[in-house]
Ligand binder design. Structure first.
Ligand SMILES: [Zn+2]
Length: 146
């Protein structure tokens, strides 16, 4: 009886140690998030992992949410499909990097334009230009006096 009780106690101790180790392990795993998750209000760059193609954009929300948006209908999605005959990779967020933080819409547009001019990303199209966004998409901002 005593032996059975000791055995039971040992099992319980072992179970508790494993349980606590797992709990600590998963707590640490949960803390490790991709760098892009906490970025928001940024101009960002995407770099294809299979070729030199790139894309520059901005988001007022969290960058991770924007990355999820690019997994569906976007020039990045089209690029993987047409150029590499693949779906977007599951680890797409690793190819996104925040270039700079922004404070307002004017800031976004100017910084995005400057990075597009500097980096010349091949996946950006004419409609990504500041002129197209301000005048043809109907974005009317007092800063642009329109
Ligand atoms: Zn590519």
């Amino acid at each position: 009886m005593l032996q059975m009780l000791l055995g039971h106690n040992l099992c319980l101790t072992l179970y508790m140690r494993i349980h606590m180790s797992c709990k600590r392990l998963f707590a640490k795993v949960r803390e490790v998030k991709p760098a892009t998750v906490n970025q928001q209000c940024v101009v960002y760059k995407f770099q294809c992992n299979l070729c030199d193609a790139g894309y520059v954009g901005y988001t007022r929300g969290h960058l991770q949410k924007r990355v999820d948006g690019h997994k569906q209908k976007s020039s990045i999605c089209k690029h993987y499909c047409s150029k590499h005959n693949l779906n977007v990779p599951p680890c797409l967020s690793e190819q996104f990097h925040a270039l700079t933080k922004c404070t307002n819409k004017f800031d976004y547009l100017i910084k995005e334009m400057l990075f597009i001019r500097k980096l010349k990303p091949s996946l950006n199209v004419q409609t990504d230009s500041i002129r197209a966004k301000v005048f043809t998409k109907g974005i009317c901002d007092p800063l642009f006096l329109c």
